[in-house]
Ligand binder design. Structure first.
Ligand code: AP5
Ligand code: MG
Length: 192
């Protein structure tokens, strides 16, 4: 099972993937987490991308695709994996398709978590207040930029995956458990 999770900033991709990863015993690969770790560790890549991450812009398609390509070759991915936050642009989706077909694999489905903008704004500002070391991009002044990037670069992926009959819309409102039940309905429909 190879599933992609798409959703605006704060839609609950990480929250849902974490739970689904335990449920299916397949890894949860969050490109945001991988990049934040590189930044925190001060690796050469981390230093290069720090400013991009903090302002909510996207890192380059080449860099992120290389990271995903390498990470998914890890043996823990042999039974599948959950992609949280990748692909995020049409070129990334094309590169993912090429990578999977090179390996004779295919995408099982794409889950699109839908949450109204006012609600995700509230979730992110809440997280900014609560975290000991807040994510700079959760600052209320940085959030609009992330929405803008999502609308411009990522939303076109919805039509891209509708055309390929892979898109499944999930209402991302309600409690995390409510949302998880909806996600599980999709997963069982896909045959796992
Ligand atoms: P990334 O880490 O993916 O950030 P994001 O998409 O902006 O979204 P979040 O992680 O903030 O939200 P989420 O949807 O995971 O929700 P979560 O479960 O945390 O990416 C960060 C950056 O990395 C990007 O801006 C970019 O710079 C770079 N990057 C990453 N991937 C890239 C790519 N492919 N290409 C280029 N650049 C890339 O939940 C949010 C909050 O809400 C939490 O506090 C949570 O507890 C709460 N919550 C969750 N569910 C619910 C619920 N049902 N009800 C109430 N609260 C809830
Ligand atoms: Mg996340």
């Amino acid at each position: 099972m190879i599933l992609v999770f798409i959703g605006s900033p704060g839609a609950g991709k990480g929250t849902q993937c974490e739970q689904l990863s335990r449920h299916l015993s397949i890894p949860h690969l969050s490109t945001g987490e991988i990049l934040r770790k590189a930044k925190a560790d001060g690796t050469p890549i981390g230093k290069k991308i720090a400013a991009v991450l903090d302002c909510g812009e996207l890192v380059s398609d080449e860099l992120i695709t290389k990271i995903v390509d390498e990470r998914t070759l890890n043996p823990d991915c042999k039974n599948g994996f959950l992609l949280d936050g990748f692909p995020r642009t049409i070129p990334q989706a094309d590169l993912l398709g090429e990578m999977l077909s090179r390996r004779n694999q295919q995408l099982s489905g794409v889950v699109y978590l839908r949450v109204p903008r006012e609600e995700v704004f509230e979730r992110l500002t809440q997280r900014y207040k609560e975290m000991e070391t807040p994510r700079p991009e959760d600052h209320p002044d940085a959030i609009p930029k992330r929405f803008e990037v999502f609308a411009k670069k990522t939303e076109p992926l919805l039509d891209y995956y509708i055309e390929r009959e892979l898109l499944h819309r999930v209402d991302g409102t309600g409690t995390p458990q409510n949302v998880f039940e909806r996600v599980l309905n999709i997963v069982s429909m896909l045959g796992v």
